[in-house]
Design a binder for this molecule. Structure first.
Ligand code: ZN
Ligand code: ZN
Length: 288
């Protein structure tokens, strides 16, 4: 548990992690130890086509999870990876299901449906924008920056879908497989919540009371057309909307705030920051 710059309690969550139960290289017990040592308050074990329920391993809270891929292997056209979180039971999708059908099954079990690593999968923005019942996406997933993998950053697709009117909740995750330091304990979300009780965490996430990060703290707030970022000391602060050619960033050593006033045609605002070590944090999207 962390206390943020406003004095509020935050829980550190890893929401996309593989173990030896599928193609991850550490056992659930080893994974719990690794994440607990890195200060995480709860994690989800999201093995491929294998439901891991709620519980506790080595003193670390476990959120229920699984990952379901449909449409083929790797990054062919039509491939979608869906991460299921917080379901009461196995949502039991089938390999012939569409992402919308999987999201329906996740919701029937009171879960959160996530379209995973859309940039890695090369998911087309028009199809993503039509995923009305999918709650969240991964703006960044660590494993896609490791080795021969590719495209960890999905922020371009987030802007393309937001421009088309679809605002996903924005997660940063590890999608951990290798546990050699580059894909474990790198990207996570910080949820404003007093406890690690799953129901409370889920409610806070659905209410957008969290940010995604690799270390820095970021808060995007709004007062009319004025948007403001408050953050831990960083080097760069950016506001992203669909507009180009506009002054919407601040740069300096150890800066902790910036403001941006939207114009009439701007549809949404999100923000991200980069600290002196190159670590990023991402806000959620606010519709103008
Ligand atoms: Zn995947
Ligand atoms: Zn995965």
């Amino acid at each position: 548990m962390y206390i943020d710059i406003y004095g509020k309690k935050r829980q550190k969550l890893g929401l996309h992690i593989h173990t030896t139960r599928s193609d991850g290289r550490k056992t659930p017990e080893e994974v719990a130890e690794i994440y607990k040592s890195a200060g995480y308050d709860a994690i989800a074990l999201t093995d491929h086509w294998l439901y891991n329920g709620f519980g506790e391993i080595n003193g670390l809270k476990i959120i229920s999870g699984a990952e379901f891929n449909v449409g083929g292997n790797d990054c062919m056209e039509g491939v979608y990876h869906m991460v299921s979180l917080f379901t009461d039971n196995d949502p039991k999708p089938e390999r012939t299901n569409t992402p919308a059908e999987i999201a329906d099954k996740i919701h029937r079990e009171n879960g959160i449906a996530v379209i995973a690593h859309p940039a890695w999968s090369l998911n087309p923005p028009d199809i993503l924008a039509g995923m009305e019942n999918v709650d969240a996406t991964e703006i960044y997933n660590s494993v896609s920056a490791v080795g021969e993998s590719f495209r960890p950053d999905s922020s371009l697709l987030v802007d393309m879908t937001a421009n088309r009117g679809k605002d996903f909740l924005l997660f940063a995750t590890d999608d951990t497989h290798f546990y050699e330091g580059e894909d474990n304990c790198v990207s996570y979300i910080m949820v404003e919540c007093d406890t690690t009780e799953p129901a409370a965490l889920k409610e806070a996430i659905l209410a957008k009371r969290f940010y995604a990060t690799q270390g820095p703290e970021i808060h995007l707030t709004r007062d009319g057309n004025n948007f403001r970022v408050d953050c831990s000391p960083v080097k760069h602060i950016y506001f992203a909307t669909q507009a180009a050619w506009t002054v919407r960033s601040a740069h300096g050593e150890g800066i902790t705030s910036a403001e941006y006033t939207v114009r009439d045609f701007e549809k949404y605002v999100r923000a991200f920051v980069i600290d002196a070590d190159g670590k990023q944090a991402w806000s959620n999207i606010i519709r103008v």
